[in-house]
Design a protein around this ligand. Structure first.
Ligand code: ADP
Ligand code: MG
Length: 613
């Protein structure tokens, strides 16, 4: 007997619902997207009991005639694409034609709709995928869909729903996302009869962000405006470095106004902040990526929250550059420059003067002490004299001199072997108030001041901890801070380890914690940032790992927070001190997080670059 059967429609729909309908917020997402696709100018979302009992979305969009209202619940019924070629350039949010069918298969749904051309509105009632009723009703132009008792017929799924607070959080987050992506649409969000969000049509993103987050949030944001139309335009806002978040919750990312959870964009956003924000800390961002429709595949996942870019790397570059430039215009970083290209061209018969094209970045170098014009002239003269002692060799092989392209910093400046570092390191000044420029017997050194200090402090904390000699400073007024539910779960395990390092913590009522004392070098303002960062990163998995690992983690975090920051001017003595102490550490060339601390540009390579050897 044959064993294969084609599944009945309602079973197939329930299976599809497993992918489309994860939780109330995913239902809301599909419904709101439908309203936007229908050209709505006003969208209202109402929920009860975290969306389990009721989730209702009304719009003033184009509505549906009766036949369409019934057809809309069929699987693969859509008005948005017709041919498979249409999949290559999707301009609507929906297109798979399975959302309504999926939702109706796992809830009790009532749809009321009126199209301009219809005489009367239609009401369609469906329970668990079974059509109950189709009749006339009263409704202004547009559509209202009420979804009740989500997963009423699938107890297993119902059990997986989280608390009302969690589901409401996800719903609020979702409404916020769509309200930001569509400033021209008025949004209202009502939770258990209470109006939580109400925003009128706004003229642009800035005004909408103001309506939702208020003036203070906006004040701290830097405007992003970059990329190019062929690959990706990148517009929106990112937070200034002093504004730190311990999760990606404040990052709102969109691709062609579609809310996405995209790793590429998230990562390039962080790359834009590299060396400005420490590891494990995230900026807030509202970023809109606009790409030509054929550059992005949105048909990757049933819930359409993942996308695939045709030119992934180019999009990543565009995002990183745009973010970096925004930080630069706020004075927090150097603008992203085109890669430095040095090309030497020569023909077999040409003289030994190759034409050199340089696109020079204009670094801001602060030398110490600020030399007068005369002194500079003298120094340059001395440099020229020294250089002239080397007899430049005429290039014997023109082919090898033909193209010298330095396209990445690591190619010319390398992390030195720790053994090769001599005592004879002399600081000259700072680059961008972030890197110490120094010389040693082998060439030029660049030292990342933040990670250098991190290494010094890490070694110090580990040593003090081993000797049980950590010092604390009492806070005059204990600082209190509220743990998230997830943080509260790990707090108990982490607290004793933190106390080893000099923290004094007290659990007050509920999820509130008071910080009574902090490790001696930790600036008071950093204690809270550090704690919540650690509580977020030390998850269940690490919690069970060796105590030594946990202590290393705490020492690294402590070092990172207590260390001097980038973008900080350093007096010459301070640079000296930093270098001397760094040389005494266990590993002067890498920080506790594994990043390089020092880069060296060898004199030999400098000479080569100037064609002197
Ligand atoms: P998709 O959005 O992928 O086309 P859906 O199952 O979400 O599939 O919706 C099916 C169809 O129902 C849509 O193509 C659209 O024509 C119609 N529709 C759904 N919601 C609305 C709405 N709010 N206003 C007007 N038409 C709608
Ligand atoms: Mg849809």
């Amino acid at each position: 007997m044959s064993k294969i059967r084609v599944l009945a429609d309602h079973v197939a729909n329930q299976i599809a619902a497993g992918e489309v309908v994860e939780r109330p917020a995913s239902v809301a997402k599909e419904l709101v997207e439908n309203s936007i696709d229908a050209g709505a100018m006003r969208i209202t979302i109402e929920i009860e009991a975290g969306g389990r009992r009721l989730l209702k979305v009304s719009d003033d969009g184009e509505g549906m005639v009766r036949d369409d209202a019934v057809l809309a619940f069929e699987r693969h019924a859509t008005s948005k694409i017709r041919e498979s070629e249409d999949l290559a350039a999707i301009g609507t949010l929906g297109f798979r034609g399975e959302a309504l069918a999926s939702i109706a298969s796992v809830a009790k749904v009532e749809l009321t709709t009126l199209a301009e051309s219809a005489k009367a509105a239609t009401r369609v009632t469906i329970d668990g995928g079974r059509m109950r009723d189709v009749k006339d009703a009263a409704h202004p132009r547009g559509t209202t869909i009420a979804v009740r008792d989500l997963f009423f017929n699938i107890p297993a799924r119902r059990k997986f729903l989280r608390s009302e607070a969690t589901e409401t959080y996800h719903l609020t987050n979702l409404v916020t996302h769509y309200a930001l992506a569509h400033p021209e649409i008025a949004f209202t969000f009502v939770n258990n009869g209470r109006e939580v969000v109400r925003v009128a049509p706004a003229k642009d993103l800035r005004e909408r962000a103001f309506q939702i987050f208020g003036a203070e949030f906006l004040e701290n944001l830097l405007e992003v405006n970059g990329g190019d139309a062929q690959v990706a335009r990148v517009v929106g806002f990112v937070s200034a470095p002093r504004d730190r978040r311990t999760s990606r919750d404040s990052q709102y990312l969109f691709v062609n106004r579609r809310f996405v959870r995209d790793r590429t964009i998230g990562r390039s956003l962080s790359d834009g902040y590299r060396s400005i924000l420490p590891h494990g800390v995230y900026p807030a961002a509202l970023l809109f990526i606009e790409t030509p429709l054929e550059e992005v595949d949105v048909n990757v996942h049933p819930a359409k929250t993942e996308v695939r870019f045709r030119r992934q790397a180019a999009v990543a570059d565009a995002v990183r550059e745009a973010v970096k430039n925004a930080l630069a215009s706020g004075g927090y970083a150097r603008p992203e420059e085109p890669e430095q290209i040095i090309t030497a061209t020569a023909t077999a018969t040409a003289s030994a003067t190759p034409s050199i094209q340089i696109t020079p970045p204009q670094p801001r170098i602060d030398f110490i002490p600020e030399p007068s014009g005369d002194e500079i002239a003298r120094d340059i003269e001395a440099m020229i004299q020294t250089a002239q002692q080397y007899q430049p060799k005429p290039p014997s092989d023109f082919q090898s001199a033909k193209s010298v392209a330095f396209n990445s910093a690591e190619k010319i400046a390398k992390v030195p072997e720790p053994e090769s570092l001599s005592k004879n390191i002399r600081p000259l000044g700072q680059l961008d108030e972030s890197f110490i420029i120094a010389t040693d017997d082998d060439g030029l050194l660049l030292i990342d001041q933040h990670v250098a200090h991190e290494r010094i402090l890490f070694d110090k904390y580990r040593a003090l901890e081993a000797e049980r000699r950590t010092e604390s400073q009492q806070l005059l007024v204990p600082e209190t801070f509220d743990l998230t539910p997830a943080q509260a779960a790990v707090f108990g395990d982490l607290a004793p380890e933190l106390e080893v390092y000099g923290f004094e913590l007290m659990r007050l009522s509920g999820r509130t914690v008071a910080i009574k004392a902090t490790p001696a070098d930790l600036p008071a303002g950093e204690a809270r940032n550090m704690l919540s960062e650690l509580l977020d990163t030390v998850d269940a998995e690490k919690k069970n790992s060796a105590r030594e690992t946990l202590r290393d983690e705490i020492a690294a975090s402590l070092a990172c927070h207590a260390a001097i920051k980038v973008n900080m001017p350093l007096a010459p003595e301070k640079m000296r001190w930093l270098i001397d102490r760094l040389m005494q550490t266990s590993s002067p060339t890498t920080c506790p997080h594994g990043r390089p601390v020092i880069l060296r540009l060898k004199t030999k390579d400098i000479l080569k670059g100037f064609h002197r050897i």
